[in-house]
Design a binder for this molecule. Structure first.
Ligand code: ATP
Length: 527
């Protein structure tokens, strides 16, 4: 019997409503069913939406069938309910047998919990039976669909089943959910609709509904800022991506003028006007340099310069312990970033996670190399307005293909700050801590702190403040700053060889982040 949408599924948004030229998941299922593909795997967290789309596909299939042909029909199985309408089919083998023997031609089986039986070391009987069904299905127009949040097919089934990754809902789909929700909750959607949709992008339909409901509970209305806060919590749950709140701005960075200028030129790059003008969407940049020179600070400020939300990617956490999990995590990261786009994805110390991919074949069965390959492919092909800001301290750990043209718009090298930059950094950090920088001899402090990173200058200011506080909470003076400079052993001394190595690597390969004014032994000019 053809299955109709339940009330819950009727609430699920239609697919393909974005008018996007690329194929939607239901187009793909439809095409597979018509072309005689008998096995499909769908990865998604959204069971209800998947079901609703498959019901829609069955309707579509029936609308194009030839006169005299039987209707397509849908059966749904779960481990607790068995197949609807066929008793004693809770057991997966019994379900497969029933699908083969009792379901007529032109049947689609949506097996909800079946992926759990394929994980790890699956029962050979189950795998064999499924293979028979897939073989049979080709001639009888029967399609077996497995749906789960995480799918790993046994190797012998991989060639038999097509894999569809269900995309997160697009703007039009979220709008559908929003309208339905607002109607049922009696909320009037005035000029708020666009900001609400912005803040809900990247959520599944049920997460979006939960966020709308939470907002109504909290303030009787659907407020973008509450949705954004709910989204930050939701994204945090996976521990890989984090919606990062930051107040950093370009003015908080001392020096790095070339890099700041490059970013400032792209401040409107993600706007409609830029697109209409014919500007390409920036892909992203890789910034290398020794620790503490302001790479992370610039990543945070870049989000505010580009006026987009900042997503921080913990590259190390992409790697999961289960087989196939790391690749899936990387795909999830890409999907979430694209759904939230325009946004900036900050990959801090990328070499720590993706370095070592060259040796990955021997050490982890090639997982790092595959994850890395997925990332690179995405960097190469992506059209969504996602700006990747990658930082690396140890460039030697990154494989050469990472640095090849076409991946990043630009490679930058952030060197130790020169005298002018150090003076700016002293000023920024004194002012930041409520001290009037003009009352200090900044030129001399800048000279005395040659070889310091920005982080070391900041630490020296803090150390000097501790000294003056301890000395009767008196006012901070130049001598306190001098004393803390004397007590600092800068990285440039302890890591001199590494810094020289980085500089020679950067020579001719990376653009200099600072506008060079000074050439000394500690801060040399890079071509
Ligand atoms: P790491 O590789 O260790 O993360 P990094 O190069 O990313 O180092 P940051 O983390 O950005 O350096 O620097 C740490 C802190 O030092 C910053 O939050 C900022 O307070 C200060 N700092 C570093 N460089 C600068 C700078 N150029 N201007 C102002 N402050 C700076």
């Amino acid at each position: 019997m053809p299955r109709k949408k339940t009330e819950e599924q009727a609430q699920a948004p239609p697919s393909g409503s974005s008018g996007n030229a690329s194929w939607t998941s239901d187009d793909q299922i439809f095409a597979y069913a018509r072309s005689g593909k008998s096995g499909i795997c769908i990865t998604s967290f959204e069971e209800t939406r998947v079901e609703a789309e498959i019901i829609g596909v069955v309707d579509r299939l029936n609308s194009v069938k030839k006169p005299g042909q039987k209707d397509w029909n849908l059966h749904i199985w779960s481990v607790t309910q068995g197949i609807d309408g066929i008793p004693e089919t809770e057991d997966p083998l019994a379900m497969l047998a029933a699908f083969q023997e009792k379901c007529p031609e032109r049947s689609i089986m949506l097996a909800r919990d079946f992926h759990a039986f394929l994980a790890g070391d699956p029962n050979p009987m189950l795998v064999r039976k499924l293979k028979e069904i897939l073989m049979d299905g080709k001639t009888k127009n029967k399609v077996f669909i497995v749906c789960g949040a995480e799918l790993k097919l046994p190797i012998e089934l991989q060639k038999e089943m097509a894999v569809i990754e269900f995309k997160l809902p697009d703007r039009a789909q979220l709008n559908f959910v929003l309208e339905k929700f607002a109607e049922s909750a009696g909320v009037y959607l005035d000029g708020n609709r666009e900001p609400i949709l912005d803040s809900a992008s990247g959520l599944t339909t049920s997460e979006a509904e939960d966020a709308f409901a939470m907002s109504v509970v909290k303030c009787g209305d659907i407020k973008p800022e509450i949705i954004a806060a709910e989204k930050a919590q939701t994204i945090k749950k996976n521990g890989i991506l984090e919606l990062f709140e930051t107040t950093a701005r370009a003015e908080d960075i001392g020096g790095l003028e070339n890099l700041k200028g490059w970013l400032a030129k792209r401040r409107a790059a993600f706007t409609r006007e830029a697109k209409d003008y014919g500007l390409p969407t920036p892909k992203g940049i890789l910034v290398t340099g020794i620790p503490g020179v302001g790479k992370s600070l610039t990543a945070k400020a870049a989000a505010s310069i580009l006026n987009v939300p900042l997503l921080k990617l913990d590259v190390g956490r992409v790697f999961g312990s289960l087989v196939g999990q790391s690749e899936q995590n990387m795909r999830m990261v890409i999907e979430t970033a694209e759904a939230i786009a325009p946004c900036l994805v900050w990959c801090d110390e990328i070499e720590k996670g993706l370095g070592g991919s060259q040796s990955s074949g021997q050490t982890d069965g090639g997982t790092t190399a595959r994850v890395f390959g997925t990332f690179l492919q995405w960097m190469q092909d992506k059209t969504a307005p996602v700006f990747v800001f990658a930082t690396a301290n140890d460039i030697s750990k990154l494989p050469p293909e990472f640095l090849r043209k076409g991946r990043f718009d630009e490679l930058w090298f952030a060197d130790l700050p020169d005298a002018d930059e150090r003076a700016q950094i002293w000023r920024l950090h004194l002012n930041k801590r409520g001290r009037k920088a003009d009352g200090f001899d900044l030129e001399s402090r800048a000279t005395r702190s040659e070889g310091f990173t920005g982080a070391e200058i900041e630490a020296a200011v803090c150390e000097a403040l501790f000294a003056s506080f301890d000395d009767g909470k008196r006012g901070l003076n130049d001598d306190d700053l001098l004393e803390s400079i004397r007590n600092t052993v800068p990285l440039s001394r302890t890591m001199a060889a590494q810094i020289d190595g980085l500089r020679s690597w950067a020579q001719g390969r990376a653009r200099r982040a600072s506008a060079v004014k000074e050439t000394t032994s500690k801060s040399r000019k890079i071509a």
